[in-house]
Design a protein around this ligand. Sequence first.
Ligand code: ADP
Ligand code: ADP
Length: 221
Amino acid sequence: EKHVSVRDLRKTYSTGFTAVDGISFDIERGETFALLGPNGAGKSTTIEILEGYRDRSGGEATVLGVDPQHGGLDWKARLGIVLQSTGESGNVSVREQLSHFASFYPNPRDVDEVIAAVGLTEKAKSRIKALSGGQRRRVDVALGVIGRPELLFLDEPTTGFDPEARHEFWDLIRELKREGTTILLTTHYLDEAAQLGDRAGVIAGGKLIDIGAIGEIGGRD
Ligand code: ADP
Ligand code: ADP
């Protein structure tokens, strides 16, 4: 069963710049797919189209059986979305913010378990705006998984993390994979794609220049 299907996806911004230039890939249920590429390659544009945040200019996209341009609230509730830039700088505590989000979902995870999983137990009562950038990023991830999503979108999740925080984050993602969550991850780190991805697509200049199992990509000449 395909959770994501993309065919000849295109996005030309109103500036006239084509950021995504005809890419195609599929993600099966339970699979982790890494979209790997340098800054400016078109990763965020692609993932934002699939999240339903941007309209595409051409091609086809299906996410959990729905065209993301027409996804309703029932569809959104099945997704977990961690955007590239954090919007989390609020005056409320980590636990309050997570409890608030959890109330939107039919079958949320336990708030304190999620806080522990992202390594924020000591900070559960701290206001989000008082946290470091890396800690706020963990709040973003916690908010993305609190609703027990079937499909999790992670846009550059570990940018700005120190090595220890990255390894802890990877462990959390492996746990979500074991639970059967389908994951689409964008990253510019080859090691992150290799650690987490079952398959990866290499994107540059808005085109997929390689796609395959981790270990197959990049090694050919
Ligand atoms: P669009 O309406 O083209 O789908 P947005 O509404 O997201 O895109 O962006 C509105 C405008 O903001 C763009 O047309 C562009 O002028 C500017 N803009 C935003 N982000 C960028 C960027 N990363 N690079 C260049 N221009 C940008
Ligand atoms: P990545 O996530 O791989 O860094 P993006 O999808 O953010 O790549 O950006 C791809 C290209 O599209 C970049 O050249 C960027 O400047 C441009 N871009 C992104 N958003 C906009 C926008 N709203 N308007 C115009 N150009 C944009």
